[in-house]
Ligand binder design. Sequence first.
Ligand code: PLP
Length: 376
Amino acid sequence: WKSERVIASRQGPHLRLAGGGAGIINFCANNYLGLSSHPEVIRAAVEALEKFGAGLSSVRFICGTQSIHKDLEEKIARFHQREDAILYASCFDANAGIFEALLTPEDAVLSDELNHASIIDGIRLCKANKYRYKHMDMQDLEAKLKEAQKHRLRLVATDGAFSMDGDIAPLREICQLAQKYDALVFIDECHATGFLGPNGRGTDELLGVVDKVTIINSTLGKALGGAAGGYTTGPKPLIDLLRQRSRPYLFSNSLPPAVVGCASKALDLLMESNAIAQSMAAKTQRFRSKMTAAGFTISGKDHPICPVMLGDARLASVMAEDMLNRGIYVIGFSYPVVPKGKARIRVQISAVHSDEDIDRCVEAFTEVGRKHGALP
Ligand code: PLP
């Protein structure tokens, strides 16, 4: 059983935990750009709440579409340089809704074995032929694509950035294979939208394949304000089809106006300037290089998800507990969330961490690591 810590303050780099524990430095939120408590994001939410009410009491196609929903969809499509976008209550819903709506029993879906649970569930719901390729293994993907030539349509599905390892899918190679074997490419950009690539557009921008990836699903609940919500963006005929066929869209309530207001303002801030994303990248670099110099192994590369690899499940758990005693909130992950023998503490860097926060985290890791034998 997992336990949940109760936070008694806003989401942010510094937290107060219920029942004490003030001034805790938070290194385990997906609040990559610090927009969850950005004053302009909060103001936009309040304004949308006052103008458009608490909620729609309806799904989109009955009486649940307001001008702000259409504006946000247009803004998301523009942000990603795609034709259109459709909103969902979460990215989990976007992933649950897309495969069934798009693929028939004559088609095939090829999925990275470490894809997020919501992609796995979405694929379970569709009747297409299913192929699972080894994590980021292009030889295996090619073998599966050859096997899948007998089907009408092929869709390769991958996370853009993988949340447990902070590693980035080899999208250039995936897109080349997709071209060779006539497949479409789908990416889940929950851990990339807003901050990866020169303008924060995501993994496709980072790897120069914006025009080769057909479908993007992502979340409004991480870097883009952190409230909730998800979306699909891509070709207009696909988005039109989802509005008719995608079950989580058709049969679940519209996004609340305050949530729409947050995300819309977050996108405005990111389209105005990439300064916030750059500040996060500099802090990520600071943490990764200082931890490596201290003797730790950090998985992934250049991503704000920085898994401190420890191997042993108990070690990860006691070290995370001891870090909290030193005012640093991090979480240990072990089997079955990650493979056996690959336990780790996942640290997530945010643009709103100060250099001092980062340095305090490294110091605490060094002390705790020595105490528990993870460092010499
Ligand atoms: N996809 C990935 C890769 C995620 O990490 C998550 C959230 O944990 C989701 C999808 C689901 O996103 P949401 O919280 O918007 O449902």
